[in-house]
Each structure stands twice: as structure tokens, then as C-alpha cells.
Ligand binder design. Structure first.
Ligand SMILES: Cc1cc2nc3c(=O)[nH]c(=O)nc-3n(C[C@H](O)[C@H](O)[C@H](O)COP(=O)(O)O)c2cc1C
Length: 79
């Protein structure tokens, strides 16, 4: 979710440290109108050693099916 023009994460804090080392993160967010902005860059700064893809922003009322379809394609890439 984009919240006052930037991302809001559930795992923000120093504890995230190396949790995502060697992992690929694909950020995505819903928003009323704002773009995804610097969310990926901000995540990359926190998640050391992770590869952060560009990700995508979806409108707030995107359907679950559409989101599943998008996320599903990434799951296959990750295998
Ligand atoms: C406090 C607050 C701030 C928000 N700020 C923005 C914003 O800066 N830009 C934007 O496009 N949408 C903003 N929104 C709209 C949310 O991004 C939108 O409602 C959200 O994507 C819905 O996601 P959810 O169904 O996961 O709650 C804001 C919503 C709230 C409650």
C-alpha cells in the first residue's frame, strides 16, 4: 500500500538485516494514484544482499485474480 506517497512495510526495522540475503524481492503496492516511487530503493537499502526487482504498482481496486496472475509469473521465474 502506498501511504503518503511512499511504501509502508510490515517488516521495517533493523531486525530485517540479513533476513533476505541471497533472495529476490519483487516489491508491489496498491495505491489511489501515486506511483511506487522509491519503494524498491528503500527496500534495497534495508534488505542487505537481496536482489530487488523493479516491481509494480497497481490501482487500489485491482482484482485478486489479476494480482495472482502477476505474482504467479514471478514465482515461476524464481524457481
Ligand atoms: C492514511 C492513508 C494515506 C494514503 N496515501 C496515499 C498516497 O499518498 N497516494 C495514493 O495514491 N494513495 C494513498 N492512499 C490510498 C491507498 O494507497 C489505497 O487505499 C490502498 O492502495 C488500498 O490498499 P489496501 O486495500 O491494501 O488497504 C492512502 C490511504 C491512507 C489510508
Amino acid at each position: 500500500m502506498i501511504y503518503f506517497n511512499t511504501e509502508r512495510g510490515i517488516f521495517y526495522g533493523k531486525s530485517v538485516g540479513g533476513l533476505f540475503f541471497g533472495k529476490t524481492i519483487v516489491p508491489f503496492a496498491t495505491s489511489g494514484s501515486s506511483g511506487i516511487g522509491d519503494s524498491g530503493k528503500n527496500l534495497a537499502a534495508i534488505a542487505k544482499g537481496a536482489r530487488v526487482e523493479e516491481g509494480a504498482r497497481f490501482k487500489a481496486n485491482i482484482s485478486e485474480d489479476k494480482l495472482r496472475e502477476w505474482a504467479g509469473a514471478w514465482m515461476q521465474v524464481a524457481d
